[in-house]
Design a protein around this ligand. Structure first.
Ligand code: SF4
Length: 336
């Protein structure tokens, strides 16, 4: 399979009045054509900032300090703003968490969806209208001819999210980035939206990056999963690796916090105690050490390099790391 996106060792920081927030620290993720992958982690893990780095949509105090983002062979970190404008919405579509804040409340749905077609695809107004109706049909909005004249407030939450998906897909992008696309929706609508994304991926042969804090959401859609914590990828592998053979204690914590409706005796969900690290002064050791019930001395001394568990499955944890003993001996020697 051919790679569509390669995020190589990206570092992104924000300069604030209290210092540099090192939000993303050496993230490497790749994505193949036609593949769906998930990026999972709590708020502040760096997952959305990694994608904002890809899209070059960082706030004005954000800086890409190092690394490259190869999309279809082009390094997006090196493109001009004008070149990026042509990629956003056209080659890469993005769905944001809250459709109400992403849709313009004073412009009709039809006009909002036509705009990228007129701009990127040089379509006439009537061609764009036809395409918008087709796309609204595809995402399951009934009576699209009538709905295109309406404003966002006239749509329910689920329908607005479908409009957002239609907007992200209208130019038939090669890549769809969906950032918590179902968080604001109830479980039934959430299931419908995820099913719709799966269907559209097949129909349009598109690649998808699904960003979420909920491992349960990616289970059915994504073939591979990257788990992020404290600005780094702590574990990556196929969905099967992550769900049935997870290696990193943070991934275990995320798995324990998914409700299991099949259990006969209901168990309380176990939250991960503690708070994420302060990225103004990230720890030199494992970012999860302060919250990890297995933390050892070595975990506070240095971060474990990613190591291979099996083909395509990597983790950065000292628990089963092949060099853990050697490193501990080095630490002991240096302490005397
Ligand atoms: Fe826990 Fe240590 Fe593994 Fe980090 S490296 S997850 S602290 S055992």
């Amino acid at each position: 399979m051919e790679k569509l996106l390669e995020i190589n060792d990206i570092y992104t920081s924000f300069n604030t009045h209290v210092g540099e927030v090192q939000a993303v620290r050496g993230v490497t993720i790749d994505l193949y054509k036609g593949e769906a992958i998930g990026i999972v982690g709590e708020s502040g893990s760096g997952k959305s900032i990694t994608m904002m780095t890809v899209m070059r949509l960082l706030d004005s105090n954000g800086v890409i300090k190092k690394g490259e983002v190869l999309f279809d062979g082009k390094d997006l970190t090196k493109l001009s703003e004008k070149e990026m404008e042509n990629i956003r919405g056209n080659e890469i579509g993005m769905i944001f968490q809250d459709p109400m804040t992403s849709l313009n409340p004073v412009i009709t749905i039809g006009d909002q969806l036509s705009e990228p077609l007129i701009r990127h695809k040089s379509m006439s107004k009537s061609e764009a209208r036809k395409k918008v109706i087709e796309m609204l049909n595809l995402v399951g909005i009934p009576s699209p001819e009538k709905r295109i004249k309406q404003y966002p407030y006239e749509f329910s939450g689920g329908m607005r999210q479908r409009v957002m998906i239609a907007m992200a897909l209208i130019c038939e992008p090669k890549l769809l980035i969906a950032d918590e696309p179902t968080t604001a929706l109830d479980v039934t609508i959430q299931a419908q939206i995820l099913e719709l994304m799966k269907e559209l991926k097949q129909k349009l042969n598109m690649s998808i990056i699904l960003i979420t804090h909920d491992l349960g959401v990616v289970a059915d859609v994504c073939s591979r999963i990257n788990v992020m914590y404290g600005g780094v990828v702590v574990e990556s592998g196929t969905s099967r690796d992550i769900f049935y053979n997870a290696n990193h204690p943070y991934t275990w914590g995320l798995l324990r916090s998914i409700p299991n409706p099949k259990l006969e005796v209901k168990e309380r969900l176990k939250p991960i105690e503690g708070t994420p690290p302060d990225l103004l002064a990230p720890p030199k050791g494992c970012p999860f050490a302060e919250r990890c019930e297995y933390a050892m001395k070595v975990c506070f001394e240095g971060r474990a390099e990613n190591y291979k568990i099996n083909e395509g499955h990597y983790s950065s944890c000292w628990l089963n790391h092949p060099y853990a003993l050697e490193i501990m001996q080095d630490i002991k020697r240096s302490v005397g």
